[in-house]
Design a protein around this ligand. Structure first.
Ligand SMILES: NC(=O)c1ccc[n+]([C@@H]2O[C@H](COP(=O)([O-])OP(=O)(O)OC[C@H]3O[C@@H](n4cnc5c(N)ncnc54)[C@H](OP(=O)(O)O)[C@@H]3O)[C@@H](O)[C@H]2O)c1
Length: 293
């Protein structure tokens, strides 16, 4: 009896079975949750039904089947149109559709149900594994109630009560990943020009990443204080090193736009008076350009 109740409580419906939605449903099923699925094109539910998902014939059926309803559709316009008129009373909607903070806040205010906004940060391949990062924002009590189900997707991180936060982090983390990847791709081209195999370089680079993440932690502390000690070198020293990277790249026939972008940031920070400060002061030349630089 208790087991049945528990299974009902942790039942989940997934609406939208595209590339991401199908993986979400698979992860819920793999974690043992009773999973109901609905998709506009019904054929996409077949493979999931074969794995044990219940197929709802209608959207209303999917919503009625579970206390937790996860939607994953192309954009908020589609979500709004699809859910117009749906009876969501007593349900919690988790929206894993990409959008803006404003869209998330608007939806949270108008949905007439419990609401968590969320973002899938690690593509589709890792969904269901602990390395997959999912960020959520909205009512902390609602998150705490449904965390046992949501953590089937991967690492489920609650960012705060403001429903717009997941969308903010979504774009910020995307930019962070690309900043790191652009540096990596440039480095692969540079070392490749000297005959280093990409896999060999990647192995050494991966071992270097804990140093980089330790700098993120330390720099966050410095930015929060607005104090930039030069323990990791000054802006001027790093600008000179970046100039060296630009020249080395050019000499090897490798394009210089990636290091030039970083050099421009360092130069801007120096021009704003941070030349003798630590490199975290570059933040001031980006985010608070009008307020503090
Ligand atoms: N794929 C990724 O790697 C990834 C990673 C992070 C975030 N996301 C986000 O996840 C969301 C979904 O992406 P996806 O890659 O799964 O997209 P997708 O593969 O293109 O799937 C889109 C889904 O939305 C449904 N849909 C589209 N228009 C609809 C409408 N008017 N009414 C009802 N259903 C409709 C489609 O149904 P049909 O089957 O009937 O067309 C399909 O199930 C997006 O916001 C995306 O940014 C995706």
């Amino acid at each position: 009896m208790f087991e049945n109740e528990e299974r009902e409580r942790s039942a989940v419906s997934v609406v939208g079975l595209g590339q991401m939605g199908a993986r979400l449903a698979q992860a819920f099923l793999a974690a043992g949750h009773r999973t109901t699925v609905w998709n506009r094109t019904p054929a996409k539910a077949e493979a999931l039904a074969a794995r044990g998902a219940a197929r709802a014939d209608t959207l209303a059926g999917a919503i009625a089947a579970s206390p937790l309803v996860v939607v994953c559709l192309p954009d908020y316009g589609v979500v709004t149109d699809l859910l117009a008129g749906a009876d969501l009373r007593g349900r919690v909607l988790v929206n894993l559709t990409s959008g803006t903070p404003q869209e998330a806040r608007r939806m949270a205010g108008g949905i007439g149900a419990g609401y968590l906004d969320g973002a899938a940060m690690s593509g589709t391949r890792l969904v269901g594994r602990p390395e997959a990062l999912f960020v959520f924002s909205g009512d902390p009590d609602v998150f705490a109630t449904h965390r046992p189900v949501l953590r089937s997707l991967g690492q489920a991180v609650h960012l705060g009560a403001d429903p717009g936060l997941a969308a903010v982090y979504d774009t910020a983390l995307f930019g962070l990943a690309w900043g790191a990847l652009a540096g990596f791709h440039h480095a692969v081209a540079l070392t490749g020009a000297e005959g280093v195999a990409p896999e060999e370089f990647a192995a050494v680079a991966t071992g270097h990443m804990p140093f980089v993440t330790s700098l993120m932690t330390e720099h966050a502390r410095q930015v929060a204080k607005g104090e930039y000690p030069d323990d990791d070198g000054t802006v001027e020293v790093h600008a000179a090193a970046m100039e060296h990277l630009v020249h080395t790249s050019a000499a090897l026939g490798v394009r210089t736009d990636v290091p030039e972008l970083v050099k421009a940031l360092l130069d801007r920070a120096a021009a704003a008076g941070h030349g003798a400060d630590g490199i975290a002061s570059v933040v001031e030349a980006i985010g608070n350009a009008t307020a503090r630089v």
